[in-house]
Every structure is written in structure tokens, then in C-alpha cells.
Design a protein around this ligand. Structure first.
Ligand code: ZN
Length: 154
């Protein structure tokens, strides 16, 4: 069965950056997504369109088709008191926040000063080329409920 909209696709994949570092991988057939429902990044979904069970492919996805370009304006210094007082803030921690227009974002702490904390609202993979090695394990029709929800049910 070929991959097209409204198919549930099971893939194994390895994701590396341009330096060859492994960012993420799944080898046990447990990763599934609903094709055409924006479950995965656009560049990868586009490359998988029309491919068949058992096929293997290498896909390089640019930031524009991945997690976007890095935006330096997303890096901000905010007062320490905006964070919970009962936890020790450390670089690498993630917090849920809102942009001024109310859009929810996850920010990553990049530095901690005496009175301020520097946070970065960019996706950790923004600005990076994403290199996928993909094997298509299986393709099936989605169940009506999966289509309704826009995601795969395990
Ligand atoms: Zn559901």
C-alpha cells in the first residue's frame, strides 16, 4: 500500500544533524503517524508521499521545511521573579510561556544571572538541517476515529 493522505504510516528512522550527530531515532517499528495531518514536519511528510511499504529513503530537510529558522528575538532576558520561587532555575530547563499575543511556547533556559534568567523560545532544532534515514515499515488505512482526531491510536 502506498503512502497518501489518511494512511497510518509506520516508520523506522534515524535523524542526524549536518555533523553526523544522532538527534533522534526509532528502530522498533513503534513510531506511527497519520499522513496528511501535519503530525510530522512538512519536509519529511512531503518526501514520504507516494512511497511504498519496505522502501528506504534518505531525506534532507531544510529549516524552512523543518522547525523553522532561528529567530534571535526569541531570546530574552526576563526577571528571576517571573519563575517559581521554590525551584532552582538551571540552564537546559524548559518552561511553558506565552508570547505577547498569547501563543503558547516552550522556552529553554540558556543562562541564569543573579536577578535575570535568559530564555530561548526557538525550537531546539530550529535553524538546523535535518537528515533522515527512513525505512517504511507498514502502511494501512486510518480508522474513522483516527481521522476524526487527526492522530494515530495505538
Ligand atoms: Zn485520539
Amino acid at each position: 500500500m502506498k503512502i497518501e493522505n489518511n494512511k497510518v504510516v509506520n516508520i523506522n528512522y534515524k535523524l542526524t544533524d549536518d555533523q553526523g550527530n544522532v538527534i533522534d531515532e526509532s528502530n522498533d517499528g513503534s513510531f506511527a503517524y497519520l499522513h496528511g495531518a501535519n503530525n510530522i514536519i512538512p519536509g519529511l511528510e512531503k518526501a514520504l508521499e507516494g512511497k511504498d511499504e519496505g522502501e528506504k529513503l534518505s531525506v534532507s530537510v531544510s529549516p524552512a521545511e523543518g522547525y523553522g529558522e532561528r529567530d534571535e528575538q526569541q531570546i530574552q532576558e526576563v526577571p528571576r521573579e517571573m519563575f517559581p520561587q521554590d525551584i532552582e532555575i538551571q540552564p537546559g530547563m524548559n518552561f511553558h510561556a506565552q508570547t505577547p499575543d498569547g501563543t503558547p511556547v516552550v522556552v529553554t533556559v540558556t543562562a541564569v544571572g543573579d536577578d535575570t534568567v535568559t530564555v530561548d523560545g526557538n525550537h531546539p532544532l530550529a535553524g538546523q538541517n535535518l537528515n533522515f534515514e527512513v525505512e517504511i515499515v507498514s502502511v494501512r488505512d486510518a480508522q474513522p476515529e483516527e481521522l476524526e482526531h487527526g492522530h494515530v491510536h495505538g
